[in-house]
Design a protein around this ligand. Structure first.
Ligand code: N1C
Length: 258
C-alpha cells in the first residue's frame, strides 16, 4: 500500500527557486517568532536535508531523511494532533481559529517544507531547478518521501484525543492509499490514543457524497473498532460550516440567520 500521487502543490516542474533561503528563513522564523525559545541549528538542518537529497545517485531510491529528522528533535502536544485528508485549505483556516490543534505543518519540519518542491540531479551534486521526476513515481519522489517520513513520526507521537478531518464531498473520503490512510492510521498506537474524533465536512454547495454513516468513513470506523480505538464521528461540524460561510457568505446555506 502506498500513498496516492496528487501532483505537486503548484504547477512548477523543478525545485522551488531560492529553496535554501526559503527553508533556512522559515526555520529562523519558526524558532524566533512562531515558537521562540526552541534551539535548533537551522544551517545544520539545511545541510542534513541537502545532503540527503543531492547524495542520492538514482531516482529509484527513496530518499532517507533520518539525519535531518535527527537534527530536528521536537516534542509537541501529542493530544492535540489534527490529521486530515483532501481538506488542506480548510484545515489551516480551522487551526487559525481553533488554536489548540496541531497539524504537521505546525511542527518545524512541516513548517519549513510546506508547499515546496525539490529533487536532486542524476549525475550532478546539486538540486535540479529545471525538472523533477513525474509524480507517477511518487513512492520514490523526494518530496513524497519527506512527507511520508514526517507523517509517520507525527502519527507515532500522537496520544489522547486526536482528530481527523475528511472531505465528504468526494468519494473515498477515507482512502487507504492516501497518506492518512496508508501511513498515519497504521502509525497510531491504540495504547497511546484514547479517542479518534472524525469530522466529515462537505462543501457548502455539495456534492454530499460521504458522511459518518455512508461510504468509506464507515470503513475507517470499522478499522478503528477492530484495532481497539474509541471514536466519535461528526458530520458538518458547526465551526467548519461557519468558516466556509465566512469564505463564501453569499452561499444560500449561509443565509439562514439573515
Ligand atoms: O495523502 P493525505 O492528503 O491523506 O495526507 C495528509 C495527511 C495529514 O494528516 C498530514 O498530517 O498526511 C500529512 N501530510 C501533510 O501534513 C502534508 N502537508 C503537505 C501529508 N502530506 C502533506 N502535504 C502534501 O500534500 C504532500 O505533497 C502530499 O503529497 C499531499 C497529500 O495531501 P492529501 O492527498 O490531501
Amino acid at each position: 500500500m502506498f500513498p496516492l500521487c496528487p501532483g505537486p502543490p503548484s504547477a512548477q516542474l523543478g525545485t522551488t527557486p531560492n529553496i535554501k533561503h526559503i527553508v533556512v528563513g522559515r526555520c529562523y522564523n519558526y524558532i524566533t517568532v512562531v515558537n521562540p525559545g526552541l534551539r535548533f541549528d537551522c544551517e545544520d538542518i539545511w545541510r542534513q536535508f541537502e545532503e540527503s537529497v543531492v547524495r542520492q545517485s538514482s531516482f529509484n531510491v527513496t530518499v532517507d531523511y533520518h539525519r535531518m529528522f535527527y537534527a530536528t528533535p521536537q516534542t509537541w502536544p501529542c493530544d492535540r494532533c489534527l490529521f486530515w485528508s483532501k481538506t488542506k485549505r480548510l484545515v489551516h483556516s480551522y487551526t487559525a481559529v481553533e488554536r489548540h490543534f496541531w497539524t504537521l505543518e505546525d511542527t518545524l519540519v512541516g513548517y519549513m517544507f510546506n508547499d515546496l518542491v525539490w529533487c536532486g540531479q542524476e549525475e550532478d551534486s546539486g538540486f535540479d531547478f529545471s525538472s523533477c521526476p513525474a509524480w507517477a513515481a511518487c513512492r520514490h519522489h523526494p518530496v513524497y518521501s519527506l512527507w511520508r517520513q514526517a507523517s509517520q513520526n507525527f502519527a507515532e507521537m500522537a496520544c489522547g484525543n486526536i482528530t481527523v478531518l475528511l472531505n465528504g464531498s468526494i468519494s473515498n473520503a477515507f482512502n487507504r492509499k492516501s497518506m492518512f490512510g496508508s501511513v498515519e492510521l497504521d502509525g497510531l498506537d491504540p495504547r497511546r490514543v484514547d479517542y479518534v474524533n472524525i469530522k466529515v465536512v462537505t462543501d457548502l454547495e455539495g456534492p454530499f457524497i460521504e458522511s459518518c454513516s455512508q461510504g468509506s468513513v464507515v470503513d475507517l470506523i470499522q478499522i478503528l473498532r477492530s484495532r481497539g480505538f474509541r471514536w466519535t464521528c461528526t458530520d458538518n461540524d458547526e465551526t467548519l460550516m461557519i468558516l466556509q460561510c465566512i469564505q463564501n457568505p453569499k452561499q444560500s446555506s449561509c443565509q439562514k440567520c439573515a
